[in-house]
Ligand binder design. Sequence first.
Ligand SMILES: NC(=O)c1ccc[n+]([C@@H]2O[C@H](COP(=O)([O-])OP(=O)(O)OC[C@H]3O[C@@H](n4cnc5c(N)ncnc54)[C@H](OP(=O)(O)O)[C@@H]3O)[C@@H](O)[C@H]2O)c1
Length: 355
Amino acid sequence: MAAISPADGPVAVTGASGYIGSWAVHDLMEQGYEVRACVRDPSNTEKVDHLLAMNDRDLGGHVELHAGDLFDRGSYDDAFKGSCAVMHIGATVGYNQETPQQVYDGCFTEVEHLIESTKKAGTVKRFVFTSSFAAVGHPSPEGYVFTEKDWCDDNRDPDRWSDEHIAENRDIAYAMAKARAEKMIYAMAQEDGGFEAMAILPLHVIGPLMCANHDQGWSWQNCIKYMLLGKPYRKSKGGRMLWNNVDVRDVGKAHRLCAESAVANNASRYILSASDRTGELFTWELQAKLKSLFPAIEDIGGEHMEEGKPKEKTYDSPRSYCTLAQEELGLTPYSIDETLRATVDSYIELGLLAQ
Ligand SMILES: NC(=O)c1ccc[n+]([C@@H]2O[C@H](COP(=O)([O-])OP(=O)(O)OC[C@H]3O[C@@H](n4cnc5c(N)ncnc54)[C@H](OP(=O)(O)O)[C@@H]3O)[C@@H](O)[C@H]2O)c1
């Protein structure tokens, strides 16, 4: 089935105002696409001004705003009509007080609505879903290297990780929903025959923010901001975590590469993570790297340290590399230094590092 090009018509992007969605829009415009940026409220200037400003920057393409709510059946009909591809990047990700069960159920409702609008349009050739590395990862031995062949719902450790925990654990609800929504979309595309579906599976996404709204509480970039403010990293016990980093610009771009690829086809999935071990850093290593890149920042927080050394050893997981995206899609990832510099520079430029 044909891959897309700008000559095939507009590309619709859900969640276009968000961190990843905005970079997907930017990348499409750089390639000369007409972009239909779908947002809940086109009049919310804090969320859309940076998108509209792209029209003044001679990027090559053009963006227009379309209103759509993922929970409103039919609200994407207009945006998808005549579009050659859909990038479904928007999501209720569970940081706005949704319960785990709501996160799980919502993912399928959203997808069902969008597939209905896709079928109605009859012009969409490629449907690219932003899944997550969560749809791959699950409790595993230290050092295990995850690939696109892994699925979180293999339930290899049923005591800690199975359907029974969905209602009580947001991470399990989110992971299972992403995995099963992927499978559902691939099956729907297969049955329809008119379009192909594929997925991008990001890990820890960091990189430049385009506006203050991209500094969402508890996002990875927001956690880095707190470290830059000298505060401890609180998302995992003792601040201990293996950060497996990918640049938000690479994640945005991978969506287009997927839609344009002659190699990708229905059910192709691509992990977007570090490209090699240089992008995988324990929190104390990330802290040290930030210190070396930004010596002027006095105090950089992070992991619980004692006498300059980590207080405890970090569990060595998740290891995973975006090798398939490089081989099949031709992605050339940013280096970790480029990504961290751009992340911090954007926080400084947006004036978000003031205490
Ligand atoms: N960031 C990561 O590290 C990461 C890692 C793995 C996977 N992902 C996935 O990547 C996708 C984008 O994440 P992100 O980091 O870019 O998050 P984000 O900045 O919070 O963006 C989420 C977007 O979803 C939209 N949205 C939320 N509820 C909606 C609804 N009911 N109807 C329509 N739109 C709605 C929001 O639009 P409004 O402007 O209308 O609020 C927002 O633009 C998500 O699917 C997420 O699961 C992210």
